[in-house]
Each structure stands twice: as C-alpha cells, then as structure tokens.
Design a protein around this ligand. Structure first.
Ligand code: NAP
Length: 338
C-alpha cells in the first residue's frame, strides 16, 4: 500500500486526494491546510487527516483537529504530491522534502528544472521509475502531449503548430481575469511548445497563446505536418486513432457538442465526480487535411486532465514498471474512457 500525502488542497490537490482514495494500492496519509477554508472543513468532515502548513492555531480555533505539521505528514507518507501554487513547489522541495528525505511530485506551474524529469504517462512513464522528484506537466502540455504522441506513434510527426486559447481562471477563482479582454502571449513561442519537448524531446512544436474570458476549458487549434505528408492518411484514420487512444475522446458535432460549454454539460451528464472531463476532447468535425497538413481542434479540462497523470506518476516513482498496467488501473478507477 503506497501512503500518499498531499500538500496544497486547492483545485488540483483536492482532486488528486479523491483519486488516491479510489486506488486499491494507495492510502491517503493526509493533506496539508495552508489556511482555514471550506475545502479543509469538507475534508475533515470526510475523515481525511489534516496537517498544518501554516495557521495551525486558526485551524484548531475553528475546530479542525491537526494531526501534525507538514514534517509529520512527510513521516507518515511514502510520497508527497505537492499541489501548491508556483513557485512554492520548488521551495517546498528544498525546504521540506529534501531534508525529510521523501519523494515528491511537483505540478506543471513549476519550472522543468525543479524536478529530475517531466512526466506524461503516455509519453515517458519509464523515465519516472524510482525517481525522487518528478514534475507532472501542466494541463495544456498534457493535452498537447497526449494527441501529438498518438499521431507520432501512428504516422510520424515532422512539425506541429498550435494556437492555445486559454481559460482566464478556474471557475472558483473570483480574483483572476480578464473579464473583458483577450490577452496575447507576447513570447514566441509561448512556453507551452518548449514544455511539450520536456516529455517529447524529438518533436518540433511551435505554440502561440491567447487568454480569453472563460473559465470552463482551454481550446487548442493544431496543425500537424506528418512525416510523409498526409499521403495515404485520411481524416477517418486519424479519428479512428483518437477513438482508440487512451485519455483522448472524440466528441461529435452532430450530437450538438459545438463548444466547451457543451463538453462540460456532456461531462455533467456522464456523472463523474465534480463533472470532470479528464480525457482530451477532439472534435470529429473540423478535423481534416489541407495542403498536406492535418488540422484539428481539442478541448482541455484544465482542472482535471492532470489527475490521472499524478496517479500513474506515484506508481512509477514507487517502482511499478508496467506503464500499461498502471494506466489501466487508473483509468478504470476514475471511470475514464479506457
Ligand atoms: N488549476 C489548474 O488549471 C491547473 C492545471 C494543471 C496544473 N496546475 C498546477 O497545479 C499547481 C496547483 O495549482 P492549483 O490551481 O491547484 O492552485 P490553487 O487552487 O490555488 O491551490 C493551491 C493550494 O495550495 C495551498 N498553498 C498556498 N501556498 C502554499 C505553499 N507555500 N505551500 C503549500 N501549499 C500552499 C493553497 O492554500 P490556501 O488557499 O489556503 O492559500 C491551496 O490549497 C500549480 O503548479 C499549477 O500551475 C493547475
């Protein structure tokens, strides 16, 4: 049984905690509270052990029993999944995890050099085996890596261009914006392209990005130059490939799924926890060939697509060598497509 501690109980941390609770080979050792808030109250009511990061007295005043500090959580756990906002993951590694000699997963907000390896299960599971510090890449990078990896394995990829239309904030974040602007990334490429190369180093990928006033999902518009052009590859072949690719889901325009609002409504109807959509959703329409390039559009649920990656990363870092086995266990436990 792998004992997992979660540091940071926000958008990502609370989801990974719930995913850990669903794994037969894992036990949730506890979560840290950085402040007193409704998430912590709810976790306590569900019987999850709360460890204090700061604000211990405030937690006790509000009736939250504190099982110990963050160092005590490191003693209880075999591995920490750090879900603090950037750049505190790196700081926590240096100040807490290394002195406590405990393995830790960092999240995609951290720089790549904060960990030994960056990780997407479908791309480089083996690189994380027995490592001490691994970074699960961001939601956007995970989304790009899953579909690009599938195309590369099936047809060979020469070059990818992608425009990322990024959500401004998560639904619960009231202090972030913009609420009435489109903000371009003025770096070329945007940081996402180089980040994809931390897990798929041989792929040439160039990204640009804009932030728009929405909270539901990110959208990616991709154009891909395949190794032999598109000769012999039809749109149908690519759709069939994505249909059978784990953690990628083809969504259908003729069923009325025409944008991210319908994708999230569809996720609600599927009935998963929090209505999360952990698969990357590729539209069937809008996928096609033009002048030897493949074009398609995909949507990424930023709050949840990295959750299965963290679960697989835990197993890899604790020595499970079989990527397929881990991914199958994770997908089944989380009710994912495959
Ligand atoms: N949200 C996304 O769309 C998304 C997607 C993929 C990856 N990520 C990455 O995941 C990481 C966490 O993001 P998030 O969206 O989950 O953030 P979040 O919702 O703001 O949650 C962060 C949590 O960490 C706590 N915290 C704050 N400072 C801390 C510190 N120094 N040490 C430990 N915990 C601390 C916060 O507590 P208080 O609220 O009490 O301060 C909160 O519980 C980031 O690296 C982010 O880039 C985010």
């Amino acid at each position: 049984m792998i004992k997992v501690g979660i540091v940071g109980f926000g958008t990502i941390g609370k989801r990974i905690a719930d995913a850990v609770l669903l794994q037969k080979d894992m036990k949730l050792a506890g979560v840290t509270a950085h402040s007193y808030n409704y998430r912590i109250v709810n976790a306590h009511k569900r019987g999850i052990s709360i460890f204090s990061h700061t604000d211990k007295d405030n937690l006790i005043t509000h009736g939250i029993p504190v099982a110990g500090d963050i160092n005590a959580l490191c003693e209880e756990a075999d591995i920490i999944v750090d879900c603090a906002p950037k750049p505190y993951g790196m700081e926590n590694r240096e100040k807490i995890y290394e002195p406590n000699n405990i393995k830790a997963i960092l999240q995609g907000g951290e720089k790549a050099h904060a960990a030994e390896v960056s990780f997407v299960a479908q791309c480089n599971y083996q690189d994380a085996i027995d490592k001490d510090y691994v970074r699960v890449v961001s939601c956007n990078t995970t989304g790009l890596a899953r579909t690009i990896k599938a195309l590369d394995a099936a047809f060979g990829v020469d070059f990818v261009r992608a425009t990322l239309i990024r959500r401004a904030a998560d639904p619960g974040q009231t202090k972030k914006g913009p609420i009435n602007s489109i903000i371009p990334s003025l770096e070329l490429p945007s940081h996402h392209g180089p980040d994809v190369r931390t897990v798929l180093p041989h792929i040439e990928v160039f990204t640009t990005a804009v932030i728009v006033p929405t909270t539901l999902m990110h959208m990616h518009n991709l154009s891909v130059v395949l190794k032999n052009g598109t000769r012999g590859v039809e749109a149908e072949d690519v759709l069939k490939l994505f249909e059978k690719t784990p953690r990628v889901r083809v969504v259908h325009a003729d069923q009325g799924i025409l944008g991210t609002a319908e994708v999230m409504e569809y996720a609600r109807d599927l009935g998963g926890k929090r209505s999360d959509m952990m698969d990357i959703c590729v539209w069937d329409k809008g996928l096609g060939m033009h002048h030897g390039e493949l074009f398609f559009v995909q949507a990424v649920h930023q709050e949840s697509d990295v959750v299965p990656e963290n679960i697989d990363c835990i197993r890899a870092m604790l020595g499970e060598e079989d990527a397929e086995k881990s991914m199958a266990l994770t997908n089944k436990s989380l009710g994912m497509k495959h």
